[in-house]
Design a protein around this ligand. Structure first.
Ligand code: ARG
Length: 579
């Protein structure tokens, strides 16, 4: 766990005290500083040290109290229970930390040693609807990309588009049948699922079409120029669709980040040849397979990863091996994060294990599967439309924006039409994204549009409203010619509680970048907005008569605004100017 600024300061002081009281061998002893409900923090080291030193915990606690120099940081320590040390920070120390944070452009976000991190995310399949599951991998992956970049890593986004494989035979034949200028073909750019379904139905019902489709797969794989040209137009139409969704979502993926499965075609024979050469791959039931150590199925039989099917075709895993080689050898990744559904857990474990055995994934390159849980309907099953088809994403986003329009119309009926439309967009899109981000990425959650759009609870509108409220205070202050103080005021208990919460921002961001868990940012922002409410209820700002107090509170509010806006930005959620 990354320590907050007070924890870092306290740890250093306690370790110095351990050396003074017990000897140099205690220099690295963990002071076990934890947040406490009785004070700000506790030092829980006395019990453990008592065993090492051979004395009673309470006596040890007293010796620590005598040795530790904390006068500038904390109030005099209290020994509690068997030997806990209650630590209450000096309010002027908290104030000094907050003042420093206010002058820091990075708001106390540390910069760890920079790494090159490949993030594989979104990765929808061409000519099939991008479904809610892809929406979640897109939104979570994008937040991770933003957060890792913010702490100073080099992020290489990779959209591993599903743009190759046997379905393209039937898709190409269907496109040739309907004609590229037809209304049916136009569906590729608006409702790709409908196009896919039409091709699929024909394939299942029309034997002659199925034969043509199979022959087309062969010509495509043989690299026939005409077939490749149609394939590439088909892929382009689909890309247009994905990018409209990315634009609507405000996702940072661009064409430059596309590295679809087809880009690895030329590398696939080499993957197989190399795995055969090392003896890792062998033919089993006509298919070339690898059997990474440690994976067994029923009857303790080793589990295979198929890399070349009996018909000579390559599979999903083969492409993933080629992708790993490129990511390590050419993109020079220190870390590769795969933001993909939980269902693919075994696939990734086996691919990572086999790639390590092959020497393609060296010890010092970390590969992680950031498992994404399912988005469920109210019936607890994967979210679908009533007809059973997977939900159309554009429709879902439009729906969220339309409902958010109701929220802003009620809050700010006086605002001009175009401004309300823009705020509705920010709230609607923000709500859908925040629902994905505020739940632990590997948990399932029930999609509930009304709850996502609520102004109370851990939602985007609650946080957006908190920002808008601070901004409105700032605007009114400016109108009255009031200028915030340089340093936030940290005197009253509610000011102090808010300041302590703000000081956790930097370490929280660093932890998120390490653990790849955006819901930590969401939980932090929710707690911060609540601390602000507590402060605002207890401490008047504009109504405060004392100039100095008012200016100091304006500065505390301004620092809160910066933290909330920066945190929301790491999640990819916009903060409206008013609400
Ligand atoms: N296209 C795949 C799917 O929709 C996800 C690809 C994930 N990335 C990867 N390198 N396998 O399930």
């Amino acid at each position: 766990m990354r320590m907050t600024a007070p924890e870092i300061a306290l740890t250093a002081r306690f370790q110095a005290a351990f050396v003074a009281a017990f000897g140099p061998e205690f220099a690295d002893a963990d002071p076990i500083i934890r947040p406490s409900q009785f004070a700000d923090f506790q030092c829980n080291a006395a019990m453990g040290l008592a065993k090492r030193v051979g004395a009673k915990p309470r006596d040890i606690a007293q010796r620590i109290v005598d040795a530790v120099e904390l006068d500038d940081i904390a109030e005099p320590l209290e020994v509690a229970g068997p030997g806990f040390l209650n630590i209450r920070l000096r309010t002027d120390w908290v104030a000094a930390q907050a003042a420093e944070m206010a002058t820091d452009e990075r708001l106390g976000v540390p910069s760890p040693a920079p790494q090159r991190v490949v993030i594989d995310y979104s990765s929808p399949n061409v000519a099939k609807e991008m479904h809610v599951g892809h929406l979640r991998t897109t939104v979570v992956g994008d937040s991770l990309a933003r957060t890792l970049e913010h702490v100073g890593h080099t992020v290489i986004r990779q959209n591993h588009l599903g743009d190759w494989g046997t379905p393209f035979g039937m898709l190409i034949e269907h496109l040739l049948d309907v004609g590229e200028d037809s209304a049916e073909a136009a569906l590729l750019a608006t409702d790709p699922n409908a196009f896919y379904q039409a091709a699929r139905t024909k394939f299942d019902e029309d034997a002659a079409f199925a034969t043509r489709a199979r022959a087309r797969v062969a010509t495509l794989q043989a690299g026939d120029a005409d077939t490749l040209a149609i394939w590439s137009r088909l892929v382009d139409m689909s890309k247009g669709y994905f990018h409209r969704i990315y634009d609507a979502l405000g996702v940072t993926l661009t064409d430059a980040d596309l590295a679809g499965e087809s880009t690895y075609n030329d590398a696939l024979p080499g993957v197989c040849a190399d795995l055969e050469a090392t003896g890792q791959a062998r033919v089993s039931d006509g298919a070339l397979c690898v059997f990474p150590a440690g994976f067994t199925g029923r009857d303790e039989q080793p589990l295979p990863l198929i890399i070349r099917k009996s018909d000579g075709g390559y599979g999903y895993a083969t492409t993933d091996f080629a992708a790993i080689r490129r990511r390590v050898d050419e993109l020079h990744a220190d870390r590769i994060a795969y933001v993909v559904g939980t269902a693919q857990e075994l696939h990734f474990q086996m691919v990572f294990a086999a790639a390590r055995e092959a020497g393609w994934l060296p010890e010092d390159v970390e590969a992680v599967h950031v498992k994404i849980g399912s988005v469920l309907g109210e019936d607890g099953k994967i979210l679908r439309t009533r007809s059973g088809a997977s939900l159309r994403l554009m429709e879902l986003l439009d729906d969220a924006v339309a409902k958010a329009r109701g929220v802003i119309d009620e809050l700010q009926p006086e605002l001009p039409e175009d401004e309300r439309a823009e705020i509705a967009r920010q709230i609607g899109i923000g709500s859908v994204k925040y629902a994905d981000l505020s739940t632990a990425h590997d948990s399932d959650y029930v999609f509930d549009m009304d709850r996502m759009l609520a102004l109370t609870g851990n939602t985007a509108p609650y946080l957006q409203y908190a920002v808008a409220r601070i901004r409105s205070i700032g605007r009114r202050a400016a109108e009255q010619g009031l200028v915030p103080a340089e340093a936030p005021r940290v005197v009253d208990p509610a000011e102090r509680a808010l300041a302590l919460q703000l000081l956790e921002f930097g370490p929280m961001v660093e932890t998120t970048a390490r653990t790849l868990e955006p819901h930590r940012i969401a939980a932090y922002l929710f707690a911060t907005a609540q601390a602000f409410t507590g402060f605002y209820e207890a401490c008047p700002i504009l109504k405060e008569a004392d100039d100095e107090v008012r200016a100091g509170r304006l500065a505390l509010a301004a620092l809160t605004e910066r933290v909330l806006v920066q945190g929301l930005d790491l999640l990819g959620v916009e903060a409206p100017t008013r609400m």
